[in-house]
Design a protein around this ligand. Structure first.
Ligand code: FEO
Ligand code: CA
Ligand code: CA
Ligand code: CA
Length: 636
């Protein structure tokens, strides 16, 4: 912790809490992540009465619960004015761009709760992308043409927010304007590059000839928390921002890797970054795209510490990065590459987690082994090593051909290319993973893949068993000896999503192999998950609204892994997905986000939620909070 920020912390916290955060006691960071020793087992069902998928233009929660907005796009993190939403809509100005740098970003995704004291905490929130068709008047998605100011504002609305929250007397939380902890990390904040790819020739650009830093983090989808109290934010669809002409690049290696990752992208037009900033045009700056697609570590407790891109965790379209401490103290990070037919990865550190000295863990993710998963049809599986970083040495899997042997850093920059050659299993869009401390197993979420088994596409296998998988599924992985660092595992199909009343077999809901009861709510497109204290899985969805799926709003569901009962806890508004499921440390508040309310494929605006009667004409992505009316734990 920097000396300067130590002083801020001291002022912001009382002595006891300051010592807890900075001194010898690690209680704040360690408890939720290590192997929890608890006798609680979720043998009883969650007591709330399920809701059902619907198309209401409001957030619905079960009887006995209340929901409110905690923070929304454009709310000021400093003591200044909120974003002038209506002026942004009518014709964005440079003044609006300046305000966006200090205001909460767009499309809130991951939400991480970091305790300060019993009634104060930090929320870390990702801002995945922007919807110009919802933000700006007359913006035509079919012929996108953002102005420089609109592009600038969108770049600043991306990234991450760190914001202090405090509990009010009624038990709900409010955010604290002007807190010294509040921070915006945006699409052009300076981030450091560390790990094996630092300084590699493909990481060098005209503005960074040494390959050591990059401006910005983009398309931060989900994330994870480390035992030492940092956040691992994930760069997912980073290709979306890069324009230019692939054929203008003469280096075959560069061109081939870009092609494998979908760079450049036709989506770049809607952001316009490549038109206004050379670094997003691959014809002008062919290597900039290599500097995105990483896991980025952020210390929410110290706004002076720069974000760090941890390249040992591989480069792909990272959904999330969730950690667990292995039996011997090494740290294991589970990760998915969210695209059709991509892979599941994990990283095992070389060093061990130090629960006493917080900062001793800050380099832990730079050394270790990156693995990719292979699922066998006999319900076993293995983690295949891609490469190991040990000090200055990088040891690639000996089965990899050239150029991975002579230039093993490519295992990390072109991780997809290496995994292609190692017999890994192509999955149905891997999203979130979480270690369930009660069942001591990993839940792996596959959102959907409507191309599975289609002509010319990979066929089904036991782990991706549905042809034209519109609904998605969840796999439970048991690591050998219950040790997350194991290289072998067994697995079961926890859920094949769908509607229990569907007539087509491919769209029916199965829970642990059994058809769900007719009264069970339909679910599709599972995305991010979180566990409550009892081990129940809370599942947020991203895709129910499609007419290929439920044609209903997205929501949050709970799966009791013991009784196998599924209920629906919350539903969002038209066009939104639900992200960031998270609990406060005492489980009395459930947080999630309403991301891209009103979005549609056609550009039609399906909702202007949250309808606050403040004269604002645009929908506003937000973090919301849910409590029980009686103030008890949410999961009871
Ligand atoms: Fe951004 Fe994979 O969801
Ligand atoms: Ca997601
Ligand atoms: Ca999660
Ligand atoms: Ca998703």
């Amino acid at each position: 912790m920097g000396e300067y920020f130590g002083d801020i912390l001291k002022r912001a916290l009382d002595r006891r809490d300051f010592l807890k955060l900075t001194g010898a006691s690690a209680v704040v960071f360690s408890s939720p992540f290590a192997h929890a020793k608890t006798k609680n087992k979720p043998t009883k069902s969650l007591s709330y009465k399920t809701i059902y998928p619907n198309n209401e233009d409001r957030v619905v929660v079960p009887e006995g619960y209340r929901v409110s907005i905690l923070i929304k796009w454009g709310d000021p993190l400093d003591n200044g004015e909120p974003l002038n939403w209506n002026r942004v809509y009518e014709g964005t100005t440079s003044e609006d761009v300046e305000r966006q740098k200090k205001c909460f970003g767009y499309n809130a995704d991951f939400v991480g709760f970091f305790k300060l004291t019993s009634n104060r905490a930090l929320l870390v929130v990702n801002h995945e992308y922007t919807n110009p068709e919802l933000m700006f008047k007359g913006f035509d998605l079919k012929n996108p043409n953002p102005t420089k100011e609109q592009a600038d504002l969108m770049l600043q609305a991306h990234g991450v927010s760190v914001v202090e929250i405090r509990r009010k007397s009624d038990g709900s939380w409010e955010y604290v304007k002007g807190s010294p902890f509040n921070r915006r990390i945006t699409g052009d904040t300076k981030c450091l590059i560390s790990g094996p790819a630092k300084g590699h020739r493909l990481m060098k650009t005209s503005y960074d000839p040494n390959g050591e830093f990059v401006y910005g983090t983009l398309n931060n989808c989900s994330a994870g928390k480390t035992p030492w109290g940092t956040v691992l934010t994930c760069e997912e669809n980073f290709h979306s921002y890069f324009g230019g002409d692939l054929s203008s690049i003469s280096d075959d290696l560069v061109r081939n890797i870009h092609q494998r990752y979908g760079v450049p992208s036709s989506r770049a037009k809607r952001y316009g970054f490549h038109r206004y900033y050379n670094r997003f045009d691959i014809s002008k700056e062919p290597n900039e795209a290599f500097r995105f697609g990483w896991v980025v570590e952020i210390d929410p407790y110290d706004p002076t510490r720069p974000p760090v891109k941890r390249t040992a965790l591989g480069r792909f379209k990272h959904e999330a990065a969730t950690t667990v401490v292995a039996k011997d103290g090494r740290v294991v990070v589970y990760m998915g590459d969210d695209e059709r037919f991509e892979y599941i990865y994990k990283f095992v550190t070389k060093g061990k987690y130090d629960p006493i000295n917080r900062t001793a863990n800050f380099g832990l993710l730079d050394e270790g082994t990156l693995y990719v998963a292979k699922f066998n049809d006999d319900l076993t599986g293995e983690w295949i090593p891609i490469a190991t970083v040990d000090g200055n040495r990088i040891i690639p899997n000996p089965n990899l051909p050239e150029p991975f042997q002579s230039d093993p850093v490519l295992c990390f920059i072109n991780t997809r290319g290496a995994a292609d050659l190692l017999g890994a299993t192509k999955m149905d869009r891997p999203e979130d993973f979480e270690w369930n401390p009660i069942t001591k197993s990993v839940f792996a979420v596959l959102t959907y893949n409507e191309r599975r088994g289609a002509s010319g596409q990979p066929s089904t296998d036991k782990a991706n068993p549905r042809p034209l998988n519109y609904m998605g599924h969840i796999i439970e992985i048991k690591e050998q000896n219950n040790d997350p660092a194991s290289t072998k595992f067994t697995w079961v199909m926890a859920m094949l999503c769908g509607d229990p009343r569907a007539t087509e077999e491919n769209r029916k809901l199965y829970i642990y192999g059994q058809p769900a009861k007719e009264t069970t709510p339909a679910i599709s497109a599972p995305d991010n998950i979180v566990f409550d204290k009892l081990g129940n899985v809370w599942i947020a969805t991203d895709g129910n609204p499609s007419t290929n799926r439920l044609a209903k709003n997205d929501g949050v569901y709970t799966l009791n892994v013991y009784t196998k009962e599924l209920k629906m806890f919350l539903s969002g508004v038209p066009g939104c997905e639900i992200c960031g499921p998270e609990f406060s440390e005492d489980y009395k508040t459930f947080f999630c986000t309403i991301q891209h309310p009103g979005e549609s494929d056609t550009g039609d605006i399906k909702s202007k939620w949250p309808y606050l009667n403040d004269g604002v004409v645009v929908p506003r992505p937000s973090v919301i909070q849910v409590q029980r009316n009686d103030g008890k734990e949410v999961y009871l």
